[in-house]
Write a protein that binds this ligand. Structure first.
Ligand SMILES: [Zn+2]
Length: 92
C-alpha cells in the first residue's frame, strides 16, 4: 500500500508540524486533518517523486494519454494490448 506524507497547513502539533506518514489504500478517503490535533493538513509531494527519474514515455498510462496503444506479440502470434486505447488483441 502506498505511503503518503502529510504536513500541517497551520500551526499543527508536534506530530504534524514536521510532517507525518500515513499508509493508505487507494480506496481510502484523503486525509484532511491530523489524527492527533485535528488540525488541517495537506499532502506533501514526496522528494523521491520529484527527484525520481523521468516518467517512462512508453508507460501504458502515458501512451493512453496520447491516444496510443501498445501491443506485445505472444507465442501464438497474437498481439495483446499492454496499454493504451484500442482492441485488446489483434490477430495477424
Ligand atoms: Zn497535529
Amino acid at each position: 500500500m502506498p505511503v503518503y506524507e502529510y504536513e500541517a497547513t497551520e500551526e499543527g502539533c508536534a506530530a504534524c508540524r514536521n510532517g507525518f506518514e500515513v499508509i493508505r489504500s487507494m480506496s481510502d478517503p484523503p486525509v484532511e486533518t491530523c489524527p492527533i490535533c485535528k488540525g488541517p493538513v495537506k499532502r506533501k509531494v514526496s522528494a523521491a517523486f520529484v527527484r525520481g527519474k523521468p516518467l517512462d514515455p512508453m508507460a501504458p498510462s502515458n501512451l493512453e494519454a496520447k491516444g496510443f496503444a501498445r501491443y506485445e506479440k505472444d507465442k501464438q502470434g497474437l498481439y495483446r494490448k499492454t496499454g493504451g486505447l484500442g482492441p485488446d488483441t489483434i490477430k495477424k
